[in-house]
Design a protein around this ligand. Structure first.
Ligand code: PLP
Length: 642
């Protein structure tokens, strides 16, 4: 289905508010070239595969989807971004191989756990066919997913994780269907199972071993790297496994070494050290007679969420090209030194492939504003602290901002203490709070005007507005809640106007943790997001970007908010987009059944309650009809605010 949109407005070179706003949010810094602010103020998608194509306005996409009955909150997947990321990783390795004269090839595999959704995996298989991209399965269900795809003849299926006999049998027999399925042994016990299962099969398995590196890497997952990593074998277990395989006359099946570097490795020098260590195991195992042909370096290639380009938790200090060049050079060098043929290089980059392809879009429902448009009037009999508080306004000036902030807050807090002890009544307290809020509004305005107001500005972030948004953090952004993952967030419209407010975002779960209060801006991570006063004549949408990796299936049903609507689009060369797939979000009936309620029983139970109220004369029959209809419609509807 093709959708045409009005041609994008031409970009101007003159400095406009739109450019200044793009600068404020740091869109060029973290945007990876995917986004652009149009002079109309709309945030637009650019097509990295077709840079000349007109950018596509996100509010237009949202409006278009709405006419088809697909409402926000929604997860928007852009197929082209997935393809671009895959080409980026694959291309970086192919280039590095060519430039350094490495004498073998690269085979990427996508770890299914990073995004198991059929629309994503199907596309990865389709786009990846020309690159011989394969899949990594970490469990039996993921192996089932992998085996239900037609992969390129050269593509690999790498099986990691804990395996039982059934898993091993399925993986081994799949080779008869033409799959290059590698069973990566995680422990000596798994080697026993493989030997046992395979002796009755007339096909040999392709085996790998997962070797635990002792080198630790930095970043969020530092603790799960090195010695204390829960996966992989140490040197002693490795030797045991090789002996077991040799005794069973199966050492010739051992073709792959897997050494997972970690996840979101922030520092390229950690990559270098880990790759060098991995090569040592490879050359040693080869010397012991294992006919290894593949070196699999697992995940770890990071994604620069903040655009800081430094070794920080949500950033990386290298590019995909640098990562690939380092890997290729180091492996080539180590193999040459040991006089071993160059192996096929495999990586299992999940985050770097999937992160950029999805964004979450939701609207702001309402705002709790933290300001007062005018001061409170003094009154006869006011406490002297109230007079002191009001007096701050008299010496408020740009060079005394901090002092005024201190004073106003002190007097307000003292008054709160008096209120608690019954010295001040509710109305006077309300006027004190209003006075304080008004002073803060004025201090904030002055701080925005002066050069060095940033210190005061940051303190005022704690008094920013709360924008209540139609989404669930726990369902759609679990890593933001659980591990302080940062994602860029911006309004999708009005970017031609300077944002006049600061807000944190809260979701619609009844959980005080359901909020976002860390935002990537061009120069820092701020405690509040610049936003616009909510418009009255149209919705105000926000976008959370780069949520394609790990967020979807880790999300939960907190407060019984279910899956959002999901749409996949493909950008068209002449502008506009193809709606490639849509998936309706969960209905209330669906989430009720996930927690073992039967929606039909719920309706029946409610009807009995309604009927007894009707019999008792407490409910008119028209009210009975309205109540039953509202109940039924709720059950059939979206779990989010409609
Ligand atoms: C999670 C995982 C990956 C993916 O790691 P990324 O950092 O997302 O690329 C790859 N391989 C294994 C074995 C994993 O467990």
């Amino acid at each position: 289905m093709t959708v045409s949109v009005s041609p994008a407005l031409t970009r101007t070179d003159s400095p406009t508010t739109a450019q200044a706003t793009a600068e404020l949010y740091g869109i060029d810094r973290w945007g990876h070239g995917f986004f652009e602010v149009l002079p109309s103020g709309d945030l637009a998608l650019r097509n990295p595969l077709n840079p000349d194509a007109a950018p596509l306005s996100l509010p237009d996409i949202v409006a278009d989807l709405q006419t088809r009955g697909i409402e926000a909150p929604l997860l928007l997947r852009v197929g082209d971004y997935l393809r671009a990321a895959m080409q980026d990783v694959n291309g970086a390795f192919t280039d590095a191989i060519e430039k350094t004269g490495y004498r073998n090839t690269y085979r990427g595999v996508f770890p299914i756990k990073v995004n198991q959704q059929a629309q994503v995996v199907d596309r990865i298989v389709e786009y990846g066919r020309e690159m011989n991209f394969g899949l990594e399965a970490g469990s039996k269900p993921e192996l089932v997913i992998a085996l239900s795809h037609r992969l390129a003849p050269e593509a690999l299926i790498v099986c990691n994780g804990v395996k039982d006999a059934e898993f091993i049998q399925l993986a081994t027999l799949s080779r008869k269907l033409g799959f290059n399925t590698v069973i990566v042994l995680e422990s000596p016990k798994e080697a026993d199972t493989v030997i046992e299962v395979c002796k009755d099969l007339d096909v040999e398995p392709m085996l790998g071993v997962r070797v635990k590196l002792t080198n630790t890497v930095g970043g969020k997952w530092a603790k799960s790297s090195g010695d204390r990593s829960t996966f992989g074998m140490n040197t002693e277990q490795l030797v045991t496994v090789m002996d077991k395989l040799r005794d069973a006359n199966m050492l010739h099946c051992l073709q792959l070494q897997h050494s997972h570097l970690g996840s979101q490795v922030p520092d390229v020098n950690d990559v270098r050290r880990s790759v060098t260590e991995a090569c040592r195991y490879f050359t040693e195992m080869t010397r012991e007679g294992a006919p290894l042909t593949h070196l699999d370096l697992g995940g770890g290639l990071g994604f620069d969420y903040t655009g800081e380009k430094r070794a920080a938790e949500n950033s990386i200090n290298y590019t995909v090209a640098e990562y690939a060049t380092n890997v290729v050079e180091l492996v080539g060098y180590a193999m040459d030194e040991a006089q071993i043929a160059h192996p096929v290089l495999v990586t299992e980059s999940g985050r770097a492939v999937a992160a950029s392809s999805s964004m979450l879009i939701f609207s702001v429902l309402e705002a709790t504003l933290y300001d007062a448009p005018s001061a409170a009037d003094p009154q006869e009999g006011d406490h002297h602290l109230m007079t002191d508080l009001a007096a701050v306004a008299k010496y408020l000036s740009a060079d005394r901002l901090q002092e005024c902030l201190n004073d106003a807050t002190f007097y307000r807090d003292e008054m709160r203490a008096l209120f608690r002890r019954n010295y001040i009544d509710l109305r006077q307290m309300a006027r004190a709070e209003r006075m304080h809020m008004w002073l803060m509004t004025r201090i904030r305005a002055l701080a925005a005007e002066v050069e060095d107001g940033s210190d005061v500005d940051e303190q005022l972030e704690e008094m920013s507005d709360i924008y209540h948004c139609n989404f669930s953090l726990f369902q759609s952004l679990p890593d933001v809640w659980a591990i302080d993952q940062l994602h860029p967030i911006t309004p999708l419209q009005m970017l031609d106007q300077t944002p006049d407010r600061r807000a944190i975002l809260s979701d619609i779960t009844c959980d005080s943790d359901g909020k976002i209060d860390q935002f990537i801006l061009s120069d820092r991570v701020a405690g509040a997001l610049p936003v616009h006063s909510l418009p009255e004549d149209h919705p105000y949408y926000m976008g959370v970007f780069f949520v394609g990796a790990y967020q979807e299936t880790l999300g939960d049903l907190h407060n019984l908010f279910g899956d959002t609507n999901v749409v996949t689009i493909e950008l068209l060369p002449e502008g506009g987009f193809d709606l490639a797939h849509e998936q309706e979000g969960d209905t209330i009936a669906e989430v009720l059944s996930y927690v073992e309620y039967d929606p039909t029983d719920c309706i029946a139970a409610f009807r009995r309650i309604v009927d007894s109220a009707t019999s008792a004369g407490r409910l008119a029959s028209s009210e009975r009809r309205d109540l039953m209809r509202a109940f039924r419609e709720s059950i059939a509807g979206y779990t989010y605010y409609e």
